[in-house]
Design a protein around this ligand. Structure first.
Ligand code: NAP
Length: 249
């Protein structure tokens, strides 16, 4: 798909990785609809930065766990930009609960994490798919995690939510072809995001030392792979690991 002039909806646009994905798409000429939930000030500052790169960008407030909020956001993006070509499901939540601490992983926290990390991407796809089908073209990229492929990460709930998103990627590729391609990136440990700050120093140290390249994953490497998936006309249902060499999928 040609990216200049395409319209991209990116959830978690104010997050550590989300900002880089928006920038990478804007550099390629895509218009950015950056979705945030709370960080309004940051969202508007980032939008000014992306707009300065050329294409038009705008910020949209939505809670991606709320179907009505998601539907309204999609309607506002279509009203403002006229179309949606790309959806990046990047927003997510984690909280550190060691795997052995089953009592610490409450039902409330379990449901909260599943809702943001796997149900919300499904809600966004349901809202965006009719628009993309009408246009007869679309690209969806889910940001999952190596924790969805191996029993690792901030909690069992997080790992299971990302495993669900990983398989949702494959199921949606079948459901939405031939007009829409659906792929996923599965990063390892990212440097300097709010999520990484919620991990324990021991966990971070272990993660870095256990990777073949012994370093954090470069945010721009992940963003560039998202761009590659958006461009590709012949890749769908795939999950690409970018983790400095830890999980061999
Ligand atoms: N950090 C890592 O080491 C790591 C590793 C593997 C995979 N990942 C994945 O990479 C992606 C980005 O992670 P990150 O570390 O960059 O995250 P981050 O900096 O913590 O940002 C998360 C973003 O999600 C948004 N968000 C959270 N709940 C939301 C909701 N209900 N509705 C709308 N937006 C919501 C937040 O927006 P507001 O600030 O406006 O609330 C925030 O911008 C996630 O999918 C994560 O699972 C991260």
């Amino acid at each position: 798909m040609e990216l200049p002039g395409a319209v991209a909806v990116v959830t978690g646009a104010t997050g550590g990785l989300g900002q880089r994905i928006c920038r990478a798409l804007a550099v390629q000429g895509a218009h950015i609809a950056g979705v945030y939930r709370q960080s309004a000030e940051a969202a508007h500052a980032l939008v000014a930065e992306w707009s300065a790169l050329g294409p038009h960008s705008a910020a949209f407030q939505a809670d991606v766990t709320d179907p009505a909020s998601v539907q309204q956001m999609v309607e506002r993006v279509v009203a403002g930009f006229g179309r949606i070509d790309i959806l990046i499901n990047n927003a997510a939540y984690n909280q550190l609960v060691p795997f052995r601490d089953l009592d610490g992983l409450t039902l409330e926290l379990w449901e909260h994490i599943q809702r943001i990390n796997s149900t919300a991407p499904f809600l966004c796809v349901k809202a965006v798919a009719p628009v993309m089908r009408r246009q007869r073209r679309g690209r969806i990229v889910n940001v999952t995690s190596v924790a969805g492929l191996a029993p690792t990460g901030s909690s069992i709930a997080y790992a299971v939510s990302k495993a669900a998103l990983t398989h949702l990627t494959r199921c949606l590729a079948v459901a939405l072809g031939p007009e829409i391609a659906v792929n996923a990136v599965a990063p390892g440990l990212l440097r300097g995001t709010k999520m990484t700050a919620r991990l324990s120093p021991t966990q971070v140290e272990r993660g870095l030392m256990q990777s073949a390249l012994q370093k954090y994953v470069d945010l721009d490497d992940v963003a560039d792979q998202v761009v590659t998936f958006c461009r590709s006309d012949s890749t769908t249902g795939q999950v690409l690991v970018i983790d400095s060499g830890r999980v061999y999928h």
